[in-house]
Design a binder for this molecule. Sequence first.
Ligand SMILES: [Zn+2]
Length: 447
Amino acid sequence: MGKGSSEMPNARTNYWNPIIETLPQEKLSRIQLKNFRHYLQYAKEHSDFYRKKYKAIDPRAIETKADIRQLPLIDKEALRKAQEGREPFPFGEILGVPLEEVSTFRQTSGTTGKPVYVAESYESWQWRVEVWCHILWMAGFRETDRVFIPFGYNVYVAFWEGHFAAEKLGCMVIPGGALDTIGRINKIQEIKANALLNTPTYGLHLAQTATKMGLNPADLGIERMLCAGEPLPQATRRRLEDIWQAEVYDHIGGTEPCAWAAMCRERRGLHIMEPFFLVEILDMETLTREVDEGELGVAVVTPLGRRSFPLIRFNTNDIVRKGPGNCACGRSSMMISEVAGRADDLCKIRGVLFTPVAVEELIRREFPEIGEYEVSVDCKGITDEISLKIEPCEEVGIERIKNLIPKLSERLKVKTNLRFNVDCAAKGELERYTLKAKRFKDLRKAK
Ligand SMILES: [Zn+2]
């Protein structure tokens, strides 16, 4: 499919599954409730963790979403505890199928503690792949695309899901894990890849490397890019679109629940993948009330159908804004209008609530001369001090970003109500990330 020939005139080409994707909300809700009851029953019968946790709960008594909100939440820590030192190794008491049915596993990155081992039976893995087919199709991936994935996927889930789903769609999939960045750019040119799956950080890094090689990334023929592995603020997404002259798509998910919301071609918020998931967006203080449209809340996700790794009311810690429905694409699902960050990253600095995404948003939107950056907060004496180190883009000299410091400091103050000590870093000094960029460090926690 060449540039400009991707019009999608009818339901058959618009949707991966025209029936599911356009079901009215009442029907979606009915299906979710029915599937939730079945899923809970299954988990109680097949997983020791849920057998104990839900001992007193009768799934048949759950009739409304309000009934579901009475059930306890599960977080990453509970999953770790149910695995550590428990049989069968390494999945522990969560496992929902006999061990011999497990055909592979994926694990969390462990950036916030010991990893969680997510068991996949062949059937449960195919469930994830089908969800990802919806995501890719919604982002305009088609069977004529050549999808390049510039990563070694190891045990991390998103690129495996993307790989399998792109194959199921009929795309030609090229894994680029064994190559270095220059080798990857050469491969993109050699096989005329027109689509990428990568992290936003790597999307920027790949473009920088191409520039260093004397190429214009926009000339490489990439038409679409689906980002995974990190949050993607609107400003970063637009910057990627600008550099690559391609459509750039976001989604949200995780190793435990799978990807549960993604962007359609309107690119105005994310569609929740209903009815595969029951997603509750709960108020941040009490986690008991479903927020209203326009309000921020924590996403609690139940993937309705993953038998090998049952997950009921999983607190993702993702803070999202509940959006309006009625997307012009015709999909009927509930939407989120913004992913605001991780609850674990929200912190108070000098009494002010701070989210690191605000810094990324500002830098990517207003200061394209800055390539890498790193924020750290530390307690010096009795007050918290915030440091921001900035490193220039490949084609920009250090003097130029030194001159930006006064303006950047002022804009940060306006945007966050906090004072930053901004300093320059030499080219290549700051850490480069390809997965799970960690550009914010709270050094107070280590003390
Ligand atoms: Zn849409």
